[in-house]
Ligand binder design. Sequence first.
Ligand code: OTN
Length: 469
Amino acid sequence: QAPKPYGPTPSARQKEWYDREIIAFFHFGINTFEDYVNEGDGKASTAIFNPTSLDCNQWAQTMKLAGISTGILVAKHADGFCNWPSAYTDYSVKNTPWRNGKGDLVKEFTNAFNATGLKSALYLGPHDRHEHLSPLYSIPKYQSYYANQLKELLTNYGPIWETWWDGAGADELTTPVYTEWEKIVRSLQPNCVIFGTKNSYRFADVRWVGNESGLAGDPCWSTIDSISIKDESAHIKELNEGQVNGNAYIPAETDVSIRPSWFYHPEEDKDVKTPQQLWDIYCNSVGHNSVLLLNFPPDRRGLIHPIDSANVVQLRHIIDETFANNLLAGASIKAKNGRGGIYKTSNLIDKDPNSYYATKDESSTDEIIFKMKSTNTFDCLMIQEVIELGHRITEWTVEYADDGKSWKSIPGASNKQSIGHKWIVRFPSITAKYIRLRITKGNASAALHTFGIFKQSSKLKKQQGKYIT
Ligand code: OTN
């Protein structure tokens, strides 16, 4: 008999979102054509917007090579400039020299992503400095202005997989306003994931992680009291770590830019995050039960800069090479509290996303020993829970031994708390024949998809035995 779910569990939308692992963000707009502007005041002339060789196929092909399935385009940032020819404002691509005013970046983006087999998503910033309605965001005029634009974007461009309600500058937007906008999202795009913040907290499928540095917490629970999202500034720690018995399932999305800024600035070409830095970010976001939203700012030509492309493709090679070879494959496995039947221990290492290991209903703890065929050297572990069944394990430790008796702790892998979709721990190299996973506390019987130990990719640079970034 299958284990019963425990506590809040993910919706189908949230499950699809988790499986993306990495999402690309594209900040491109009128700011791109100003010198060092990341939040325009809404006064820049539309005449400056003129990418010389914009090609969304180049963006899509880069993401395909990087194994990133979904892209979120900023359709309108806080400056209010619209990257599509909205019928509701003149402040858009239609009044620019680009494509003689006939261009539609949202169309080019969604066409290119769909044609490449990738998912499209859109950011329509609630904060709009061009419309100059602040501090009157809640008046019907702005409410319907935004609603009309949301309808344009969610009607005319095919399936849209995520929408982003940035909290920056949005404090005056009230929950009743978002209530109307949410109805539009749900009726036009039922599968669209909502990134919700502050007063859109009730509608959030996913939450902000509390920083823009690529760091999800340790622990990082998918559950949180939704009020922590509303009162953001007082609850940065809760956003970062979640809350173990939180009343709602609203996992953290980790947004960070591959460059210091969100928009492109040529002076930052020397500061693009390296493959090693991106690997750290991956391990601290995807490997901390979060999804990574990695920003690429296309340049004034309208292309992703070659350094950014090269580094993210390298990241993909590092991820794939690291996790290709679970050193526990072929190990003999003994568990104390196995449930039996189809929930066998070999499911932990079989790479099948549908099979899993589970303990008996009455056992929220366990001890699982892996005896490898030979001694192996490893410096990374990865573990995955069955998220559809809720957060079950709340404390776990991994140890190693040469003889199966004298257990030593793996640095950084003792008294861990959350697992969820994926948890990764890295440590200095260890050589051993036996591994022991101890589940020491839980809310319910354990249910695990995967457990593995790995050697990090040889593409990572080492200095004095340590990986450098
Ligand atoms: O100045 N800011 O607005 C700011 C600086 C650093 C980090 C975050 C912010 S705003 C923050 O942005 C998040 C996305 O990264 C979410 O939208 C939050 O709701 C918002 O407050």
